[in-house]
Design a protein around this ligand. Sequence first.
Ligand code: ADP
Ligand code: MG
Length: 730
Amino acid sequence: MTIAPFDNLSDMFSRPKKMDRDDVTTAVSNTFGCLTFTGDVMLKRLSEEVFRKLQRTMTQGLALDPAIANTVAAAMKEWALEHGCTHYCHWFQPLTGSTAEKHDAFLAPDGHGHAIARFSGDELIRGEPDASSFPSGGIRDTYEARGYTAWDATSPAFILKTNGEATLCIPTAFVSWTGEALDKKTPLLRSIQAVSHHAMRILKIFGSDKGVSQVITTLGSEQEYFLVDREFFRRRPDLEICGRTLLGAASPKGHQLSDHYFGAIAERILGYMSEVERRLRDLGVPVQTRHNEVAPGQYEIAPFFENANVATDHQMLMMHILRTTAPHHGMECLLHEKPFAGINGSGKHNNWSIATDTGVNLLDPRDEAHTNMQFLVFLMAIVRAIDIHADLLRASIGSAGNDHRLGANEAPPAIISIFLGEMLSDILDQIERGQPTSTKQGGQLDLGAHTLPQIPRHSGDRNRTSPFAFTGNKFEFRALGSSTSIAWPNTVLNTIIAESLDYVAGRLEEEAGTRPDHGKLEDAVQTVLREIVKDHRRVVFDGDNYDEKWHAEAERRGLPHLRTTVDALPTLGSKKAVKLFAKYGVLNERELRARVDVLWKQYNTTVGIEARTLVMILRTRVFPAALRYQTEVAHAVAAAQAAGVDFEDTWGQLQDHVRLVDELRAGSTLVAREEQQAEGIEDAERRGLFCRDKLIPAMQRAREAADSLEAVVPNDLWPLPTYSEMLFKR
Ligand code: ADP
Ligand code: MG
């Protein structure tokens, strides 16, 4: 049996099946995913029966048969040991936003002076890490340390090689002893199920459910990042501690010439990218594109899309590999949303769609009117969801880091709207007016048979400024921050869409019954679509989202404009949100509140750490350097005076310098004071407000004084690598 190189969904959609057996494919398949326990690895090591059972869980989401756990564990162990693994771990995604792993040795003493390799079904299925130090948002007190990890058999186990050490990693969900989610995977899985359930109802109404056992959420997220030379990174405590520069004068050149975007990739960078791709390929993460991004020193990598759960695990792995590969090439990879002020920041474009498990993309307009109608129903259900829950979607991407880029004319504004493109918007016009008669392209419709227009495939245009753009056969949610785990935004997205699919399915059933004939269905679709267009069209905007005029217009339309994280987070605790997440079984009230709690803490803690780091750098590096230079200038003034020459200019320079140094000192004192005050505020929301309104502006002012000094202090005295050094050394 030949295993396709991409043993996942994108393969199913993107490549004709007959290519599976060609030579190139076979050659690739031998290396692709060689460090994952999937495909041919499983085939070779498991009996046909066990293989099929496991496969059913992996691809159809059926419950795992516990009886096979021991067999699978034994096969996994053998495979891992052959690859030089000494340890295994349950790999999970706590609320910190990163991944967690606690390694257990395979070898244990056998009691007779020897060692045996142990790893049973029990150890595969369940782990019990001491979870007391992970954020739980109050779900669990420290003395109730118990947390469980449970094997997620739908995401392939993999071997992570770090510096020659190999560890078997088993993707798991992480829950408390009450079964409440303590991680990002559990609610994501629940939200995927909710989408599937209600999308299936719609397929049933259209009679498109034959042979379909579930609807799959598909994800491909483009990742932007910066690379800086390691030598510079090491000399910048702000980069080391906070992942972004907290000060730094602008480089004379930024991206004004647009000469970096899509430019020829420098040799060292290409070497790095190739190694990243090789490592990812071994881990079964299919990489599709690589290129230079807008800012100097900025790049992008995009995977082939996969089912949302695996794509999310793979996204975490991608960030890990990006970070850990950079030092091999003398660099550091910065995933922060805004490593450098004044130039483009980094985001993560979340390409999202839904498909049947038989491989039909439900957001791909088809040629026949019938499936076309179905397409419009799914499309408009999504429009409805985004309009009703724009606030939650906005909140799902809120973080201290992302606040630096949203709305800064490099990323979409914090107003969530949808781009549909001229042609689809025209169709909405027609639906609103009554019977659609034609497509924008001028193709005439046969009104006798079809009441909805034909939609050419990939009809979507591009709009780089829209936070949520339809791109022909998927939506691109473009407002995610680059360092974020995609699990939470997608959990929210799936949940609000599940709610809308539920509503639309309910309305169609009401109008036409569960198995309507074509005529009845057409009428029902017309009615329901017209209602949705009427009520929710306001969220559709095809123009320039950066334009100030749009911001005013959006406010007129009543769209929420939640400018910062602090504005957005409270919406997650609203009654509407609590009800929504509970209704679709994604998060109960306690679980949701816990998450919001953790998000506040993360925001406040991040700002606090940045403030303290800034004060440290200003006091111990910038201030002493500025004083040294002040002394030099003062000596020069004295010497000039002694020589009896006109010292007007030098004297002025000294005065200017002393003033800046004063500002710097006052600035850093203020930051330190505000930071102390923030620390003292118990209530997380109030503290967040204080951070946003007092502490961050104080940091900004202190930074301005430092940046002005940087422009005059001689380079050999300046204690930090400069923007131009960091951005342009390749
Ligand atoms: P762009 O032109 O928007 O920069 P890229 O080619 O960089 O696009 O990335 C597009 C991303 O969208 C890829 O990760 C791709 O796999 C993903 N994608 C394509 N089709 C789908 C789909 N049906 N569902 C989810 N993601 C998809
Ligand atoms: Mg791209």
